[in-house]
Design a binder for this molecule. Structure first.
Ligand code: 13P
Length: 268
């Protein structure tokens, strides 16, 4: 039997770290530490000011794509502090994060705004990586499913089935972001299944990649990626150091998918 490489995406969300000179230095080190690998995509979301520099530095690498962390849905206008999709595209972005929990919870971004941004990204031909996830209070209150379904439903209302072919999702439980607490592989796999079922119930029957994010690091990436429900990871803190991030990518790439389909039948 031929060994088909698994399609995996390793996405680095630098948040408010790495300005222009740090981004350039990162690229130099990182490029020397990694090589393209079949079926593996490396995505970077630098702060907006560093997109052009970083995109230029990695342009020889077909496996690397660069994205914005946030965009406005309008192409231009009187939106002080806003950055439009045509602007980030001109800087070299081919992707954008949409609805990261820090945008939702620290900046009050609504489900409706997330849906607008997603639609605008698709209309401009860039890939939206749309984040969903519950807070600790929502999880403790048994509302995880309800919250995820609500966040997805805002998207399902504005996207037609065909448009879903170009969407990538990230499940990022808010309680696991930057806290050192990550969801167990089973927790993550279970919510990925829920998302897939919800998409299926709404007629999205083809494969939409779903990444997992929240305190992913070199120590846990392999066990998370043994779950076939996970198509990759979206990483903050552990993506900031070039050698550390190359290590996460290398360990994650070696993770073997569980033949059981993801869930342990017997605890040993
Ligand atoms: P951490 O990996 O630092 O927990 O951040 C996760 C995240 O928010 C990525 O988008």
């Amino acid at each position: 039997m031929k060994n088909v490489p698994r399609n995996l995406t390793f996405a680095a969300n630098w948040k408010m770290h790495h300005g222009i000179s740090e981004a350039r230095a990162f690229a130099e080190k990182f490029l020397a530490l990694t090589a393209p690998s079949d079926g593996r995509k490396l995505w970077f979301f630098p702060p907006a000011v560093s997109i052009a520099t970083f995109a230029a530095a990695v342009k020889q690498r077909p496996d690397i794509a660069v994205g914005a962390q946030n965009v406005h849905w309008e192409p231009k206008g009187a939106y002080t502090g806003g950055i439009s999709i045509p602007m980030v595209v001109e800087a070299g972005a081919r992707l954008t994060l949409v609805g990261h929990s820090e945008r939702r919870h620290l900046f009050g971004e609504t489900d409706e705004q997330v849906a607008r941004k997603t639609r605008a990204a698709l209309a401009s031909g860039i890939t939206p990586l749309v984040c969903v996830g519950e807070t600790l209070a929502e999880r403790d209150g048994g509302r995880t499913e309800q919250v995820i379904v609500r966040q997805l439903s805002a998207l399902l209302q504005v996207l037609d089935v065909q448009q879903w072919r170009d969407v990538v999702l990230a499940y990022e439980p808010v309680w696991a972001i930057g806290t050192g607490k990550n969801a167990t592989p089973d927790d993550a796999a279970q919510i990925h299944e829920l998302i897939r079922m919800e998409l299926g119930r709404n007629g999205v029957s083809f494969y939409v990649p779903i990444l997992y994010g929240g305190s992913v690091n070199a120590g846990n990436v392999a066990s998370l990626l043994t779950r076939p429900q996970l198509d990759g990871v979206l990483v903050g803190g552990a993506s900031l150091d070039p050698a550390g991030w190359a290590d996460v990518i290398s360990r994650g790439s070696e993770a073997k998918v569980r033949p059981s389909g993801g869930f342990d039948l017997v605890e040993s």
